[in-house]
Design a protein around this ligand. Structure first.
Ligand code: OXD
Ligand code: MN
Length: 593
């Protein structure tokens, strides 16, 4: 037996001694195993069968109402030195963290089945893919991991070949929020999560492995693990550019990844291909370009807001074989959420008869888990071992004011600053207040497994001789007018912005240089048929130099928080931008557009 399988067996035995399960089940990822798990959960009530005519083989899971989102304040990066975790993470000394959670894991699986899940993040034969093993006492987690990862026998065979794997230990514990911890030990390639059954806290292949542990690993090995969707945009000539875009949680990554061309774009033959909706692993290829894979095999998407007008591809994807979490039900047992349609639900996400006095029928962070292969726009290229070449990187957040619809960074270093300075309003994907503006560098604030200052240096290090790096852009779909209404229609119309991005990459679209970057030249973005109105057209394409000067001061103090560890080049870039803004007459750029 190989040494990695020996190590795996020893670890499983050690965990069993600690957690004392009634039985151990090694998961093979087969259909029969999935059926058996689902049948078991239907019996215990962990799953509720949905209307089999409208939603074949689809189920609802209701989580404990105290356990519906990621818990950033209970999520720790446990590096031997606190400074290595950085001000962007909560830190705990590894020995103390192990002791704290091991005490909670002691006997935690008594009377329960302990599942051992070998999984692969990425196509099973991809050199960019990495494997892990999750041990859990939650059959809901196993069923979700089967959809979200390449799980079972093939992954175990790869672990044997690779000789190493990430160890993830999970137990739902007693769901007491005071005994809930999501601990990461990047240097040990291990994760311990207890007290939550929620996806981002419990499906350890996703945020814990594919972002926090992988980002740490990627730094050491020279690649990038990012909170990005990957989308292919094919123009009428049949040329496809792949774009990787980082938006914070619940800011439209799934919608952009599944965009459907409408109007003239559909008529002219534009096509959009989905590679991934949440996570992107990128590595430099022999040709100097960045090549990317989606390490996941499914979508764990936010249901509210998903409808026929916003994301028809998602609706088609959800037609069958889907696990829903915390959605509402109609009287004939169909899943329902705000934004789906105008039916009135019968039962809310907590199983109570629907009463609007109790708030939304579906939890705002209600989710669907579904295989990517069910998505009509999913492309075979997502299964390519070497990945897809990335032409453009896009950053963006929810910015109701100031930030224009789109701009392009001057060069890689400026682009890294644009990503590092990203701000966004918080959403329901994590516990805590919603709608509060915070800096969320590269949309990785909750997910970077090490000090952001070192992460920025790592990003900068890709700019070296021979590199053919993607161009970097920033977008903002969330600009609001004085009545609080969105100025840009978003969704399918975002293809207009992607077209400009692609044309910039090809060198055929004109732009205007401004102190914040290059904006579209007048007429550069096709706004035909949108009836934006003059005020919106102006605001979406203006640079408010005074507002940006204030923004730069705020960015400077954010960067100060990283002290001496912050790379000099990033500080210089910020000062260069601030000086350019100071030397520019107020609103000059708005007039140019
Ligand atoms: C997610 C998140 O679940 O970012 O994707 O919270
Ligand atoms: Mn996410």
């Amino acid at each position: 037996m190989s040494s990695s399988l020996d190590a795996l067996n020893q670890w499983v035995a050690g965990v069993a001694t600690l957690t004392k399960p009634e039985r151990i089940q090694w998961c093979d990822g087969s259909d029969a195993e999935y059926r058996q798990l689902v049948d078991g959960m239907l019996t215990t009530g962990d799953l509720i069968a949905l209307n089999p005519t409208t939603h074949p083989r689809s189920y609802l899971h209701r989580s404990n109402p105290s356990d519906v989102a990621r818990v950033e304040h209970l999520t720790f990066v446990c590096t031997p030195r606190e400074a290595d975790a950085g001000p962007n993470n909560h830190w705990m000394d590894p020995a103390q963290a192990h002791a704290k959670v091991d005490a909670l894991f002691d006997g935690a699986m008594q009377g329960r089945t302990m599942y051992v899940i070998p999984y692969c993040m990425g196509p099973i034969d991809s050199p960019i893919a990495r494997c892990g093993v999750e041990i859990t006492d939650s059959p809901y987690v196993v069923a979700n991991m089967r959809i979200m990862t390449r799980m079972g026998a093939a992954a175990l065979a790869r672990i044997e070949r690779d000789g190493s794997f990430v160890r993830g230990l999970h137990s739902t514990g007693d769901l007491d929020p005071d005994k809930r911890f999501i601990m990461h030990f990047p240097e040990e390639l291990s994760i311990k999560s207890i007290g939550s059954g929620y996806g981002g806290n419990a499906l350890l292949g996703k945020k814990c492995h594919a972002l926090r542990i992988a980002s740490h690993q990627a730094r050491r090995e020279g690649w990038l693990a990012e909170h990005m969707l990957i989308v292919g945009v094919e123009d009428p000539r049949g040329e496809t550019h792949y774009i990787a875009a980082a938006f914070p949680s619940a800011c439209g990554k799934t919608n952009l990844a599944m965009l459907i061309p409408t109007g003239g774009y559909a008529k002219d033959g534009w096509k959009v291909w989905t590679v991934g909706d949440d996570i992107c692993w990128m590595t430099p290829g022999d040709d100097g370009r960045l090549w990317a894979i989606n390490p996941e095999a499914g979508f764990f998407g936010v249901a509210p807001g998903t409808g026929a007008n916003t994301n028809p591809n998602a609706l088609a994807t959800l037609a069958h074989d889907t696990i829903y979490t915390n959605v509402a039900l109609t009287s004939d047992n169909q899943p329902w959420w705000e934004g789906l349609d105008d039916r009135v639900p019968a039962v809310d996400w907590q199983g109570r008869p629907y009463d609007k006095a109790n708030g939304p029928a579906a939890h705002p962070n209600a989710r669907f888990t579904v295989s990517a292969r069910q998505c009509p726009s999913y492309t075979d290229k997502a299964e390519a071992a070497h990945g897809v070449p990335i032409s453009a990187i896009v950053f963006g957040g929810r910015r109701p004011s100031l930030v224009p619809l789109v701009f392009e960074a001057r060069d890689w270093t400026h682009g890294v600053l644009v990503g590092a300075a990203m701000g966004s309003e918080t959403t329901a994907a994590a516990t805590g207040a919603v709608g509060v503006m915070r800096r969320d560098s590269m949309a990785m604030k909750p997910f970077c497994g090490y000090n952001f200052a070192d992460y920025f240096s790592h990003w900068l290090s890709f700019d070296k001789p021979g590199a053919k790096l993607p161009k970097i852009f920033h977008v903002n779909w969330f600009r609001k007018d004085t009545d609080g209404k969105f100025m840009w229609p978003g969704y399918g119309e975002n293809l207009r912005v992607l077209e400009w991005i692609i044309r910039r990459v090809e060198g055929t679209a004109r732009g205007i240089d401004t102190p914040i970057g290059t904006l579209p030249a007048p007429g550069g973005i096709n706004v035909e048929g949108l009836a934006l109105g003059q005020a919106a057209e102006r605001a979406l394409f203006e640079v408010d130099t005074e507002g940006w000067a204030t923004e730069m001061t705020d960015i400077a103090s954010y960067l100060d928080g990283f002290g001496d560890r912050l790379p000099r080049a990033l500080r210089d870039e910020q000062q260069r931008m601030a000086a350019a803004l100071a030397n520019t007459a107020p609103r000059a750029w708005a007039q140019a557009v």
